[in-house]
Write a protein that binds this ligand. Structure first.
Ligand code: ADP
Length: 403
């Protein structure tokens, strides 16, 4: 449980980081996709000529840019586009401030060149950097102190957002886990009450008949009958306990099957060969469809055998002589194994619950009710699924991954 919580918490943190970086990445991509209209146009230096009014600036005007000339007397001449300065003459300070790139408006790109002729001037071309997004930090000695404080505040804010997200999410996860725990607890309680109920009857019989043998004078025939009842009930208790042991072993988190690459066709053939005599004895007819080729699956042979045993034994146990059992292995997208009989089948109302532990569709037989629950566990441990198909009798369809 702690592991789930830890995994979810880490996932939440990672997701929050990913989400918070997403807009930055999108902006960066957008800025890369949008073409730069000035990419191949001449620089300010290349445009210089003796008469500033002759300078080509149309491309800047077409793209919301502006062109400004400042002469040696710091007189401002606006050649076109929105005015760069709000005065006609600049002071030396104004000019110095403007020339210093860090004090300029970062929403624009500037290209400045000086013409050194009889009439000297500076040409300033300005264009908006629409969607030009750059993730850069300008650390300069003059403003490093403020920058460090700003960066620290940004990082702290970011972590606060991150932690509150993670906090909210882990609260939800904790609630989910609590619900799972409650359900597991309910399941455990149900299991305990089912087990005690199932063990109570045979154990009470064992106790009752053995007391009779101990306390009463009984005939040889009675002794024989009582001993048989004691034996049968202890066998039944043992079956329940064995199944229960298997069920809880498979249910435990650390359980791993000892799987190996196995040809399912050969494996099935060998098991079915053992059953032929039993089918004959029970008066069953049978039909097998197993491909001659090899189809490989990853199987723990000992465990997988129990799937066949449980399903076939059920068929023999719950159906009468004359029943036909059909077993097929087919290669599709995955491996499909069907075990079907045309016997009494399972009532419609029991179909949904049939794989639940201790569920019995037919109370007149004394099974543990764990067989199909174990079968489902085993199939799932092998990465497969099992279902009960609709139709006459019982038709179990197992799907297994091929390897
Ligand atoms: P059990 O140990 O009682 O046999 P299972 O979980 O194996 O328990 O089976 C659950 C119920 O499903 C059985 O009680 C029986 O009523 C029904 N069942 C299983 N297989 C068949 C079948 N082939 N034909 C008819 N009923 C079956």
């Amino acid at each position: 449980m702690k592991k789930i919580l830890r995994n979810k918490f880490i996932k939440t943190i990672l997701a929050t980081i990913a989400i918070s970086f997403l807009p930055l990445i999108i902006l960066e991509i957008v800025s890369l996709i949008i073409p730069d209209p000035f990419e191949n146009s001449p620089t300010a230096a290349e445009r210089l000529c003796e008469d500033p009014y002759e300078i080509y600036i149309q491309d800047y005007l077409d793209n919301d840019g502006s062109a400004t000339v400042v002469d040696e007397n710091l007189h401002v001449i606006n050649l076109g586009g929105p005015a760069l300065f709000d005065k006609e003459y600049l002071s030396a300070d104004d000019w110095f401030l403007f020339i210093n790139p860090s004090d300029r408006d970062s929403g624009y790109r500037y290209d400045i060149a000086a013409y050194d002729g009889e009439y000297g001037y500076w040409l300033i071309l300005r264009s908006p950097v629409a969607f030009k997004f750059e993730l850069s930090i300008n650390l300069k000695p003059s403003n490093s102190y403020q920058t460090v404080i700003l960066l620290t505040l940004i990082v702290l804010f970011y972590f606060a957002v991150l932690l509150s997200f993670a906090g909210l999410y882990s609260e939800k996860v904790t609630k989910d886990i609590k619900t799972i725990e409650d359900e597991e607890e309910k399941k455990r309680m149900l299991l305990v009450s089912e087990i005690s109920h199932d063990l109570k009857t045979p154990l009470a019989s064992v106790q009752g008949y053995s007391e009779m043998l101990l306390e009463r004078e009984v005939s040889d025939k009675e002794r024989q009958d009582y001993l048989k009842l004691i034996h049968d009930n202890s066998v039944r208790t043992n079956v329940i306990l064995q199944s229960l042991f298997m069920y809880s072993k498979l249910e435990s988190a650390g359980f791993k099957p000892n799987a190996e690459r196995t040809d399912i066709c050969e494996f099935t053939r060998l098991i079915l060969a053992e059953y032929i005599a039993k089918f004959d004895d029970a008066g069953f007819t049978y039909e097998f469809e197993i491909p001659e080729k090899e189809i490989f699956a990853s199987l723990d042979k000992n465990l997988f055998r129990r799937i066949y045993d449980n399903l076939i034994e059920n068929s023999l146990k719950y159906n009468e002589s004359g029943t036909k059992i059909e077993i097929a292995v087919r290669e599709k997208e995955n491996i499909e194994i069907t075990i079907s009989d045309n016997g009494i089948g399972i009532p419609k109302e029991s179909r949904d619950k049939i794989f639940e532990p201790f569920y019995r569709a037919n109370e007149s037989y004394h099974g543990s009710g764990l067989g199909l629950a174990i079968v489902r566990q085993l199939v799932e441990l092998h990465g497969g699924t099992i279902e009960l198909a609709r139709g006459v009798g019982c038709c179990w369809i197992i799907k297994l991954p091929k390897i």
